[in-house]
Design a protein around this ligand. Structure first.
Ligand code: CP
Ligand code: NVA
Length: 333
């Protein structure tokens, strides 16, 4: 059977239908099982991928590298410095060069437009490893984790707390709308997603049976939730100066014991990571010294609780990213 994913890019979740996302998740679950049973036969042996990172990463970079090696591929990593990209060479020219040498390109950086230009001009699959606007591969890992804990996606009450107009807020809303989850963005109005995206998602949700609700009320937002999700309050690329205002705005939306208690007893806590939940990081220490807060978007108590599934999510980054590379580069699935 023809592989319908072959040659396609993954720039936003809007690139795939509900059925296609379901297929990618099934493939990922299969690859996870095969890896546990040491069954991988390196189906993409001889192919080469390049990873472009204009921002830092632990999970995404490692998932692309380990995933590529597991599939039999070679990897080239280009970090924020050391290549000509964007400085002496345009993205369009870079795309045409890399497309001649590599079978696939991963990009993490600032503008969504950059990943679009890479895809348009390289003529090979391009995977979005995070831009300011979207983080689509993360959502596949999140949804695989939800499937593992609840057995289904449709009808899951999914509450996202925090900066609801960042890459995570946008992508979780799109993913929920496509897959039929009941998505709540729980945030102050100034951090709600763009109206045009909300509109688009409401149309998608109508088709899938999901719902989209925006609320400023953390109690209403967490009520009956199956999943309480949060992300950092200041994203990569935002200026340090926004911390003070963001803390003021988002402290009422911190995920703590009270929020978890208001959700269903069976609720899980999720976070794409990295998270500020204690003072064990340089940044965490600075925040503590400046604002007297030892945790920000999630308390240490919730992060370390039995309800927290954040490391399952982190592991699933590997399997889902591997599934995306396999589906878009492989001959047969
Ligand atoms: N969640 C995520 O994308 O993590 P990294 O920034 O470590 O890649
Ligand atoms: N919103 C966060 C996500 C990190 C995975 C950021 O962009 O920094």
């Amino acid at each position: 059977m023809e592989n319908k994913f072959k040659g396609r890019s993954f720039l936003t979740l809007l690139d795939f239908t509900k059925n296609e996302i379901t297929e990618l998740l099934s493939l990922s679950i299969k690859l996870k099982k095969e890896k546990a049973e040491h069954l991988s036969d390196k189906p993409l042996f001889g192919k080469n991928v390049v990873l472009l990172f204009e921002k830092d990463s632990t999970r995404t970079r490692c998932a692309f590298e380990v995933g590529a090696y597991d599939l039999g591929m070679q990897v080239t990593y280009l970090g924020p410095t050391g290549s000509q990209m964007g400085k002496k060479e345009s993205i369009k020219d870079t795309a045409r060069v890399l497309g001649r040498m590599f079978d696939g390109i991963e990009y993490r950086g600032y503008k969504q437009e950059t990943v679009e230009i890479l895809s348009q001009y390289s003529k090979v699959p391009v995977w979005n490893g995070l831009t300011d606007k979207y983080h689509p591969t993360q959502i596949l890992a999140d949804f695989q984790t939800v499937l593992e804990y609840f057995g289904h996606l449709e009808g899951i009450n999914f509450a996202y707390f925090g900066d609801a107009r960042n890459n995570m807020g946008n992508s979780l809303m799109i993913g929920s709308a496509i897959m039929g989850l009941n998505f709540k963005a729980v945030a102050p109005k100034s951090l709600w997603p763009e109206e045009s995206l909300v509109k688009k998602c409401r149309i998608l949700a109508k088709e899938s049976g999901g719902t989209i609700l925006l609320t400023e009320d953390p109690i209403l937002g967490s009520k009956n939730a199956d999943v309480i999700y949060t992300d950092v309050w200041v994203s990569m690329g935002e200026p340090e100066a926004v911390w003070e205002e963001r803390i003021k705005l988002l402290l009422p939306y911190q995920v703590n014991k009270k929020i978890m208690k208001n959700a269903k007893n069976s609720a899980v806590f999720m976070h794409c990571l990295p998270a500020f939940h204690n003072e064990e990081t340089a940044m965490g220490k600075t925040i503590y010294e400046k604002y007297g807060l030892s945790s920000l978007e999630v308390t240490e108590e919730v992060f370390e609780s039995n309800q927290s599934v954040v490391f399952d999510e982190a592991e699933n980054r590997l399997h889902t990213i591997k599934a995306v590379m396999y589906a878009t580069l492989g001959e047969n699935l």
